[in-house]
Write a protein that binds this ligand. Structure first.
Ligand SMILES: Cc1cc2nc3c(=O)[nH]c(=O)nc-3n(C[C@H](O)[C@H](O)[C@H](O)COP(=O)(O)O)c2cc1C
Length: 237
């Protein structure tokens, strides 16, 4: 009988020890097992990926919505468009006129208060134009103004390149009105230079909410159909 009790107690003890052993292992596994670290890492990766996907998606949808907003602004039939240009020697002028015709837009010429003479435009002679371009604070005065700028949603802005930049009178123009929420589509003409940093520098004179389309440089005597193709492409942005 004693022997039987001993055996039952031993079995009971074994059973209890087995149970405790499992609990320790479970505890150990939960804290330190490499498998669990890998799981954590994977989870972190998934979470991280999820977060970055969200961010990317967020950025993407922001970009997409920004883009479609821009497209809307550019394609909405109700949008009112103003073509604005400055042309000292008559090269930019016909291109601006084509754009206004094609877009059925209003047109406004930036006319300097003090007209540029031939001598003023003889670049690399320290002429008036050279001096203005050398002075970032130069703001040549404009004769007249756009009365109803608030009516326009889109401004197509044409100018010649003067020493790699837009003439300072374009800065005068941009600083004279509130372009918040408007879209500006810049273009330029030049002897050979590209639009370069000229459009970006003009953009920096406008509020953050002004949308700037990518600018384009045209050579002298660019055809109406080239301007039309360009504007068609702008509409598809
Ligand atoms: C002061 C001045 C600076 C110029 N600088 C450049 C230049 O840096 N690069 C270039 O290719 N053409 C330059 N040009 C040439 C004009 O960009 C080009 O003739 C332009 O098409 C003139 O346009 P508009 O006739 O509408 O004024 C310059 C012209 C002037 C008057």
């Amino acid at each position: 009988m004693k022997k039987q009790i001993c055996m039952v107690l031993s079995l009971l003890l074994l059973f209890i020890m087995e149970g405790c052993g499992n609990r320790v292992a479970e505890g150990g596994q939960g804290n330190i097992s490499p498998e669990s670290e890998a799981q954590t890492e994977r989870r972190q990766n998934i979470n991280h990926k999820g977060a970055s996907a969200e961010t990317e998606d967020g950025e993407l949808s922001e970009a997409v919505s920004g883009r479609s907003q821009k497209a809307e602004q550019q394609t909405d039939m109700d949008d009112k468009i103003l073509v604005v240009y400055f042309s000292a020697t008559g090269t930019t002028k016909p291109l601006a006129e084509y754009a206004a015709e094609i877009l059925n837009a209003d047109i406004y010429e930036i006319v300097p208060e003090e007209p540029y003479t031939e001598a003023d435009l003889a670049y690399y002679t320290n002429c008036r134009a050279d001096q203005e371009q050398n002075d970032p604070s130069a703001r040549p005065e404009i004769s007249g103004s756009v009365e109803n700028m608030e009516d326009y949603d889109i401004i197509v802005l044409g100018y010649p390149i003067w020493h790699g930049q837009a003439p300072r009178i374009i800065s005068t123009f941009l600083e004279s009105y509130d372009f918040s929420g408007k879209t500006v589509i810049p273009f330029c003409t030049s002897h050979s230079s590209g639009i370069g940093s000229s459009a970006d520098n003009l953009h920096s004179l406008c509020p953050d909410s002004t949308v700037w389309a990518e600018g384009r440089r045209f050579e002298a005597e660019t055809s109406r159909s080239t301007i039309e193709e360009w504007l068609d492409r702008m509409n598809q942005i």
